[in-house]
Write a protein of this length. Sequence first.
Length: 163
Amino acid sequence: MDKTLLSTSSLHSAVLPGLTILLGTGGLAGGIYALQSPFDWARQFGVITKAGSTSSFEQKAFIQAIGIRNLASGASLLSLTAFWQISSLCRNSPLASIAVKRTLGISLLVGTVVALGDSLVLSRLVEDGTLSSEAEGVTSDKSKGHMFMSLPILGLALGYLLT
C-alpha cells in the first residue's frame, strides 16, 4: 500500500477531527465562561477591566457578545466535525465528505483571522500607553498568545483545504 495514501488517510481519520474537536470544545467552553464570568474571562483574554467603573455594564455586554461569538464558533466546528465523521451522507458520498471538509477549512481560516485580529487589538491596546504596567504586561503576553494560537488554527485549515 502507498505510504502517502496511508498517512493522508490517517490524518483525515484521526488527527484532523481530534484537533478540531479540541479546538471547538475550547471555543465552546470559553464562550460559556465569558457569559458566566465576563470580567474573569476578559482577564484571561488579555484585557484587565474595572468591574466597579461606570462603564462596567457596557464592558460586560461587550465581553458577553464576544463570548457568544466564541460559543457559536466552537459549536459550529463541533457540529461540522460530527456531521463529517458520523453522518451517513458523508460516509456514503465522497463529494459530501469533501464539501464538509472544505467548509471546515474555510471556517478555520476565518478562525485564523479572528485570532490574528484579537492579537492586533491587544497589541494596539498595549501601544496606546494608557494601561497600568501590570495590565500592559498581561495584555502584551496575551497578544502574543493569540498570535501563536493562530498558527495551529491555520495548520488545521490548510489540512482540510489541501488534502
